[in-house]
Design a protein around this ligand. Structure first.
Ligand code: TXA
Ligand code: MG
Length: 320
């Protein structure tokens, strides 16, 4: 069992000694270690059981600090950083020698983010190194949005989880990289593409459903619950399973023919941020109910609905 608490000084000591700990962010909880200590970085990969070819995001607390470990900061990146940091935006920028190849899995870019969580910002302010942190879930499982989620899955492997309550955004950061002057969205996330386009104009979005994604962690199975999840096809599901063995995940309404206690409605008022906040916690709840299958519906493909649909599709075994 990990200690769950809010003692920043203990966490500072552990991180300075090369340990890895759970930290809260507004998106999802992270599994953090000193980004400048290769042993700590290796520990992150091994605790998470994550392949070393899947690079980590480096978290810091100011644009000035970020500038010390990147070689350049394109104009559009600066505009986005100023608009959305601290917040659920990760920028892929050319890495400087300060960042080891272990963190970036040998890539020439480093993923950088300033998270928007008061406890973690306080922690970062008292450290003299940035924090490498992937989501604090075992590789291939749903990301954690509470300290208890982290404890349930990684508690035996880490000494401390900094408890910052439930993540308020609930889905991972939007990842934006640059090809020359052009911005490219590599992962849909907590900042809607529309919001990014309001700052820098039209951007290209690269789908991760290919077998060779640019962000290697974005493989299709990345968010899988253990129970099979089907998108649509309710009549077929009802032919194969008794209603009491079916759970449902929908945007804003209940489904006829499935018991109410097996249903999770992401946002009864059809509010996208609220739906995002509930998504992973509800997937976990459905996974632990005495049901055999999950029926899910996609949201309208706009705003945060796009990022939510991306996560639901990754969790699915079969689609439309
Ligand atoms: O909201 C978030 O981004 C959370 C919190 C903890 O900050 N972190 C997170 O990290 O989701 P992770 O490791 O679960 O996902 C980061 C993704 C991975 O798919 C990785 O492949 C990609 O970012 N990535 C990291 N560095 C990259 C790089 N240099 N180029 C392309 N993709 C990169
Ligand atoms: Mg992850």
């Amino acid at each position: 069992m990990a200690t769950i608490g809010t003692d920043i000084l203990s966490v500072k000591k552990l991180l300075s000694a090369g340990e890895v700990v759970g930290i809260p962010t507004e998106t999802v909880y992270g599994l953090a270690g000193n980004a400048f200590n290769d042993d700590a970085v290796l520990k992150i990969f091994s605790v998470k059981n994550r392949p070393q070819f899947d690079p980590l995001i480096v978290h810091t607390d100011s644009i000035a600090h970020a500038a010390t470990f990147v070689r350049s900061f394109p104009q559009k990146a600066k505009q986005l950083a100023e608009a959305f940091w601290p917040g659920p935006l990760t920028l892929l920028l050319p890495k400087s020698d300060a960042v080891s190849d272990l963190v970036t899995s040998g890539l020439s870019t480093v993923a950088v983010r300033i998270p928007n969580h008061p406890l973690t910002l306080e922690l970062l302010a008292c450290l003299d190194f940035p924090l490498a942190a992937p989501s604090a879930n075992p590789f291939g499982y749903i990301s954690p949005t509470s300290a208890q989620h982290v404890e349930n899955q990684l508690g035996k492997k880490i000494p401390y989880i900094l408890d910052g309550g439930e993540s308020t955004v609930g889905i991972e950061s939007t990842i934006v990289g640059f090809e020359g002057e052009d911005a490219v969205v590599y992962r849909l996330g907590g900042i809607a593409v529309e919001a990014i386009e309001r700052i820098i104009g039209p951007v290209q979005t690269v789908s991760h459903s290919t077998s060779n994604p640019k962000a290697p962690g974005m493989l299709k199975s990345h968010y899988s619950p253990r129970k099979p999840l089907f998108i649509n096809h309710l009549p077929e599901i009802l032919q194969q399973y008794s209603p009491s063995k079916i759970g449902s995940l929908t945007f804003n309404h209940l489904v006829d023919s499935i018991p109410a206690e097996n249903q999770r409605v992401l946002s009864p008022t059809a509010d996208y941020p609220e739906a995002a906040k509930h998504l992973f916690a509800y997937m976990r709840q459905l996974d632990s109910l005495p049901i055999d299958v999950i029926y899910a519906e996609l949201l309208p493909d706009k705003d945060l609905g796009r990022a939510i649909n991306d996560r639901i599709r990754r969790a699915a075994v079969r689609e439309v």
